[in-house]
Design a protein around this ligand. Structure first.
Ligand code: 5GP
Ligand code: ZN
Length: 112
């Protein structure tokens, strides 16, 4: 999609602070981190929300999350994967992205 922020980040026409790249998946630091570790994983194929993604693309993203979190030794301390979808979840960028948060004890989750 020519007018999508995260397509542009994927193809490098908008810069990002990348931490991971393999195949059709990249991860980069969130510009407004909400935890000491806050990175966004995206797939090259544009999809507006997670339900629009091919399941094989979702699987590719989760393989990337597994590989990267293990490389950072995050599984022992713990981490959180969040995919906001639609207005109630506060989605603001309509190219599906998987937030990975960690590096500290994370707050409660849900309404508050
Ligand atoms: P959402 O609210 O849609 O789940 O998350 C969008 C995320 O993208 C937010 O956490 C926001 O800080 C991040 N974000 C928005 N614009 C940019 C950008 O240009 N670069 C980076 N690295 N992150 C961005
Ligand atoms: Zn896109």
């Amino acid at each position: 999609m020519s007018d999508c922020l995260f397509c542009k980040i994927f193809n490098g026409s908008i810069p990002s602070n990348k931490v991971y790249q393999k195949g059709k998946v990249i991860a980069f630091h969130d510009i407004q981190p909400l935890a000491s570790i806050h990175v966004l994983f995206i797939h090259e194929n544009h999809a507006a929300n997670v339900n629009e993604m091919n399941s094989s693309d979702v699987a590719e993203v989760f393989s990337a999350i597994k590989e990267w979190t293990q490389s950072q030794k995050l599984p022992s301390s713990g981490f959180r994967v969040v995919v906001n979808s639609g207005p109630h979840a506060g989605q603001t960028v309509f190219h599906t992205h998987f937030h990975v948060l960690g590096g500290e004890s994370l707050g409660s989750f849900g309404r508050r």
